[in-house]
Design a binder for this molecule. Structure first.
Ligand code: NAD
Length: 367
């Protein structure tokens, strides 16, 4: 195995955004080509998953993806008050493959060693825990090894349960801001997607007496929600337009776009899905319509908290996740006072936290 490492200069890349390090590694003899982007270690060593994707059009496509995703991780960890920064890995898998070979995972392990512990990775799209056990034969810098070192097993329920709890706390924060009370009893909440996050979330909302409308492309899940929560069914493409107090997207991203935005009746949008806005300007459009939007990376950080805070028990994890409600209180208050949309406001808070931490570090180091 001969892996070639390089640190490409990406300072002129449109997605650069001040990245600290970008490492490229390749070994054509085993079909290995990957990028690791470390956006920020200001808050602590970087964390972020490893994506295996055989369908990148070219290297620039993979590079844009890794840069955007690693920046996103910094924003998520910083906003969640975690002592970690943001990074990401993308492996450009050979065409026609779906999972990495053991050789590729060992090569990734060597690549992680090259970064000397500033970044640790784990499962994401296209990679499994078993893949990281293989990488862990040659490196310590994979989450599965960190869990072993801590003598822990992962908590039952896993990331989706904590994501659901974070979204629940976020919905209450949004309700308080919009309706003056965080009591959900009697509120009409529309949940799109009934997957691993949405199901425990529906349990929490139902327990609080919310009136649920639900949609999923899987009719069996919808039927089960009708029976268990007395939920009203809606069509997946129509639920966003229902007469609701709160719309809770928990399926795929891109729900808020030029076509849907004019027809939204809900006063609040607060859900788990990633990339809910098709374009950042949609946050401003929601603000102008008087719809309160809980920025996705703030409200859905419960899973990341669960993944990186190795060693906490269930109660401690739930306690940590509750911070999401308080953070959203801060976002909503500042947004109201500045008459500024919530996504811009959240980004501003992250940037201020990073600047403050970076200045404090400089003072300590005397530079
Ligand atoms: P999941 O795959 O378990 O559930 C997704 C559900 O959405 C499925 O039931 C699926 O049938 C349904 N669905 C797919 N397309 C749909 C459509 N067009 N209309 C209606 N329903 C549709 O996923 P999940 O883990 O529950 O995650 C849900 C969302 O939350 C995703 O966007 C994910 O990126 C995001 N998220 C998840 C976590 C986590 O901890 N799992 C953390 C942060 C963000």
């Amino acid at each position: 195995m001969t892996i070639k490492f390089s640190y490409p200069d990406v300072s002129n890349h449109p997605d650069f955004d001040g990245h600290e390090t970008v490492l490229k590694a390749e070994d054509p003899s085993i079909g290995f080509k990957a990028f690791i982007a470390v956006h920020s270690t200001v808050m602590g060593p970087a964390r972020g998953g490893c994506r295996y994707w055989p369908n990148y059009i070219n290297e620039n496509d993979a590079l844009s993806d890794v840069l955007r995703l690693s920046r996103g991780m910094t924003y998520k960890t910083t906003m969640a008050g975690l002592p970690y920064g943001g990074g990401k890995t993308v492996i450009m898998g050979p065409k026609g493959t779906t999972n990495p070979s053991p050789e590729i995972m060992r090569a990734l392990g060597h690549m992680l060693n090259e970064l000397d512990g500033i970044y640790e990775t784990g499962e994401d799209v296209g990679t499994r825990t078993s893949d990281f056990k293989i990488a862990g034969e040659v490196t310590q810098h994979v989450r599965v090894r960190a869990v072993e070192r801590a003598g822990q097993v992962d908590l039952p329920g896993g990331p989706p349960l904590y994501t659901a709890h974070g979204v629940y706390c976020g919905i209450r924060s949004a309700a308080k801001e919009k309706f003056g009370t965080d009591v959900l009893h009697g509120l009409r909440i529309g949940v799109k997607g009934l997957g691993n996050v949405a199901w425990p979330l529906c349990e929490m909302l139902h327990r609080d007496g919310a009136t649920l409308t639900v949609a999923d492309i899987d009719a069996i899940k919808v039927k089960a929600a009708e029976e268990k929560f007395g939920a009203a069914p809606a069509k997946p493409e129509d639920i966003i337009f229902e007469t609701l107090d709160i719309y809770t997207p928990c399926a795929l991203g891109g729900d808020i776009n030029d076509k849907t935005i004019t027809g939204i009746q809900a006063a609040v949008i607060a859900g788990a899905a990633n990339n809910q806005l098709e374009h950042p300007m949609h946050s401003l459009m929601l603000h102008k319509k008087g719809i309160l939007y809980a920025p996705d990376y703030v409200i859905n950080a419960g899973g990341v908290i669960n993944v990186v805070m190795i060693g906490l028990n269930h109660d401690e994890m739930m306690q940590h996740v509750r911070i999401i409600g308080k953070t959203l209180d801060e976002v909503f208050e500042r947004s109201r006072l500045k008459n500024q949309d919530t996504a811009t406001t959240a980004d501003e808070i992250v940037q201020e936290r990073l600047t403050a931490a970076s200045n404090a570090k400089r003072l300590v180091n005397g530079s």
